[in-house]
Design a protein around this ligand. Sequence first.
Ligand SMILES: NC(=O)c1ccc[n+]([C@@H]2O[C@H](COP(=O)([O-])OP(=O)(O)OC[C@H]3O[C@@H](n4cnc5c(N)ncnc54)[C@H](OP(=O)(O)O)[C@@H]3O)[C@@H](O)[C@H]2O)c1
Length: 338
Amino acid sequence: MHLIMRGGNTAYHIFHWFLGRNRFCHALGLQARVAYPGESLTSLFERNQSQGAWRHFAGNPKLRHTYKDVRTDYLRGVIIHLHGKTALVCGSTQGIGKAVAHQLAAAGASCILLARNAERLQAVCDALPAESGQQHRFYLADFADTASVQAAAAQIAEDGGADILVNNTGGPPAGPITAAGTDAFLDAFRLHLLNNHQLAQALLPGMKARGQGRIINIISTSVKVPLHNLGVSNTIRAAVGNWSKTLANETAAFGITVNNVLPGATRTERLSSIISGKAARTGVSEETVRDEMLAEIPAGRFGTPEEVAHAVVFLASEQAAYITGTNIVVDGGRTPNL
Ligand SMILES: NC(=O)c1ccc[n+]([C@@H]2O[C@H](COP(=O)([O-])OP(=O)(O)OC[C@H]3O[C@@H](n4cnc5c(N)ncnc54)[C@H](OP(=O)(O)O)[C@@H]3O)[C@@H](O)[C@H]2O)c1
């Protein structure tokens, strides 16, 4: 027998009451299923059958655990679960990468961190949410060294691979394109494009075998509009955008999506160094540089790494299965075009 919950707060409270008596329900052979507010019964049945996401709470400790997560997300109004998924998050010792790892772990994923400093990786790993029994771990690689990324990618694939790959690393140095040497382009190409490609190539066979996968590239709004004084970055970001779109076309039929998240000015160490660099270069105060940057943002503030991470979590979810080959801009409205 199935007990189906629909509606808003009232349904939630009944649901809560019901779950409090799940041993009793188990004895009676009852199972609980919960609908989104306003969801039709037809949609509820289809969703749960297609996703295999019926929630059975009959006295099973593992599933009662799921209940806790459902309850939290139900109150938030969106149900995103990454339980049982493994996410490889690159450049995850600070800034956007670290926030992405936290948000993916909070949604239930086990995280594999990848960067070059073991001590910092360990500290991030230890602090990741693990209430759903996630197993977090890290690997070392220097993205400036193609061979070290290749070795790490092969090891991660051998150790089980990942369902979600988040490509991310530090940005290329700022400066006008007229002053850039050829090495600067080669370094940035290696750091951003070749590493993304090696990691994707290592993980794609596993994703194809499982019939699903997510590749999410943290790039920059300069994929759409070049940014002032970021000549090398602007050039390489466009290449990464086109690499990503091509990969999306080649992998969509395997249930794999490839998308880009394009952050605007986001409060990280990278942003602080861009602000101090510009202040030193132009001889104005950091406050003036900050105010000039804020004046270009309709939202009137810088973004947070967590706000970028939320877009990544959505793209990693089941709900985003039909979104591929596109850019999600997270910039408070700064980019002038669509
Ligand atoms: N923040 C912004 O306003 C903004 C705006 C647009 C685009 N973005 C882009 O978004 C990305 C992330 O930005 P962020 O602000 O979070 O950067 P961040 O604070 O500088 O963090 C970069 C991360 O990448 C790792 N990393 C850097 N170089 C590495 C290397 N050679 N090998 C291995 N790991 C390396 C760092 O780890 P370790 O140093 O510990 O190894 C760190 O975890 C960058 O591409 C950035 O350009 C940022």
